[in-house]
Design a protein around this ligand. Structure first.
Ligand code: SR1
Ligand code: MG
Length: 423
């Protein structure tokens, strides 16, 4: 790797980490005591990295270290350690634009491809909460704010051209992580691929159908072209419910190792697509005591609110802080200019909404037919219930990708989710 690793890189373990951390004074100070007082637990359950919780007498920290391969698959799939650098850069940029909405970075070690950050407690991964039927009152407002701030303020609507180009340059070599998305999200689900799998033969027919579905394959590749070519803003790159940690009154976005300058709709679509997966999997988590009727309605409201609040905040930022080299503010200072700008803004948000739907559909399909699945469905023990939900998600995902320009608004999207669930 160009930015990380080297001869001294070694993967940490629970036994070796304390001695290493003792050599970083500001970290040792936060933990308090000495290394013998610290307890370490490796808790990583993601697809790529090691994650440790380190507890000391006066502090608790998260240590996240990149492995030189994909943890989910093993060392047969090498992966650059540089993702740790990109994650750190993204956390710092997001933290500047959306303070308090991402974990604070305390230390980055390029050689060890390791970042030490704030331990969030008593937060839980939101996907687990969605499976458990937990409502998060701050979710929609926080994610709308996070996306509006981070996407708007890394775009040409806010940044001077030279600064935007300099930032693009920082992230432009996160190519291997982008490559994972390019293959796993946009291509593999539509062909026979070694890593594809699904959890029941009940999906064999629909998987085969998708592999010969010309309109779907063309539309998914059109979304892939946007992903490849639109350098719109610094996107998180993996903004699903497993990248969010929440409590009743605090919501944070974690894990931006897939960050790069790409289409804004990729983040908004990932989020909404994963909310739809949560909605369509509720049959598998309902019980006689809790049929999840009210909870489904809550998820649906989050889909509508995330989009509505995001759209309103983005336009507000554009009107109040639109000082970038695109849509030079000076040109729109009079009444006629303001009216013309409002028309352009409406068209911009409409295009972003359509991108959001297309990316949401791609993300839903890949989580059922591709390599990396989601616990929302994987934890449903009954294969019939699971397959029924997954089929609904696949059918709706297809509709979002192929018919993304036909949805009038977010209410039409919500209506389609309700309709899909009934089928
Ligand atoms: C090989 S990595 C598989 C997936 O895990 C991450 O969370 C990303 O979504 C990636 O596509
Ligand atoms: Mg992740």
């Amino acid at each position: 790797s160009a930015r990380t690793g080297g001869a001294d890189y070694r993967p940490m373990n629970e036994a070796s980490l304390p001695a290493y951390l003792a050599g970083i004074p500001e970290v040792a100070d936060r933990l308090g005591g000495t290394s013998v007082d610290w307890t370490v637990a490796e808790v990583g359950d993601g697809n790529l990295n090691l994650v440790f919780i380190v507890r000391g007498p006066t502090g608790v920290l998260i240590v996240k270290q990149a492995l030189p391969y994909v943890r989910l698959v093993g060392d047969s799939w090498p992966l650059p350690l540089d993702r740790s650098y990109y994650e750190t850069q993204a956390l710092l940029t997001q933290g500047r634009h959306a303070p308090g909405l991402v974990p604070v970075v305390h230390h980055f070690d390029a050689t060890m491809a390791l970042v030490i950050m704030e331990f969030l407690t008593p937060h839980v991964i939101m996907r687990k909460g969605l499976i458990g039927g937990v409502e998060y009152p701050r979710f929609a407002a926080t994610l709308a704010e996070f996306m509006a701030q981070t996407l708007f303020k890394t775009s040409d609507l806010y940044l001077p051209a030279a600064e935007k180009k300099a930032q693009v340059a920082v992230f432009c070599a996160n190519t291997e992580l982008c490559r994972i998305t390019e293959d796993l999200v946009f291509t593999d689900p539509y062909r026979i691929a070694k890593l594809n799998h699904w959890t029941t033969p009940q999906l064999d027919d629909i998987a085969a159908e998708f592999r010969v579905d010309g309109p779907l394959k063309a539309a998914a590749q059109a979304m892939k072209l946007k992903f490849l070519s639109q350098t719109e803003a610094l996107v998180h790159g993996d903004l699903h419910s497993g990248s969010i940690m929440a409590t009743a009154d605090d919501v944070r976005v974690i894990d931006p190792e897939f960050a790069f300058f790409g289409p804004m709709g990729f983040d908004v679509g990932a989020l909404i697509g994963n909310l739809i997966l949560a909605y369509l999997s509720q049959d598998g988590h309902a019980t006689a005591q809790d049929p999840r009727i009210a909870y489904r309605a809550w998820i649906l409201r989050q889909i509508a609110e995330v989009w509505t609040l995001f759209e309103a905040r983005f336009i507000e930022l554009w009107n109040t802080e639109g000082k970038g080299d695109a849509f030079v503010a000076e040109l729109f200072a009079d009444d006629a200019g303001r009216a013309a700008l409002a028309v352009e803004q409406k068209a911009y948000m409409r295009r972003l909404f359509e991108d959001t739907l297309g990316f949401a559909g791609c993300k839903m399909i890949r989580r059922i037919l591709g390599l990396a699945h989601v616990a929302d469905f994987e934890t449903i023990a009954d294969p019939d219930v699971r397959a029924r939900g997954e089929r609904k998600a696949l059918r709706l995902g297809r509709r979002l990708v192929v018919d993304r320009t036909r949805f009038a608004d977010v209410d039409a999207l919500c209506a389609a989710v309700v309709e899909a669930a009934k089928q």
